[in-house]
Design a protein around this ligand. Sequence first.
Ligand SMILES: [Zn+2]
Length: 112
Amino acid sequence: MKEYKTREQKKKFYRSKEWVDLRLLALKRDNYECQHCKREGGVTIDSIKTPGHRKEVVLNVDHKYPIEFYPELALEMDNLETLCVKHHNIKEGRTFDKIRPSKKKKWDDERW
Ligand SMILES: [Zn+2]
């Protein structure tokens, strides 16, 4: 059984062809919409990148059951869900994306 406990193991997984392919299928299945936003009655789709501007919305494909604890579900379509960055971070308990620290914080929900 494969393990995805360390950063390296996870990094390797997220770079694998199996994941990259499956991720695209999951996005397609979810209509390129954040499934959380959808449940709340909103629509958050991946925005088109315009030259000179950062992408506004980036969708993530999330593992409902984290691969760290459920490695056998890493490539299960039923375990995948498309989430916008905001919802993905909330789920992961992050307030900003540590992988890309240079990225500007897009959501400032605390301000009000
Ligand atoms: Zn969302």
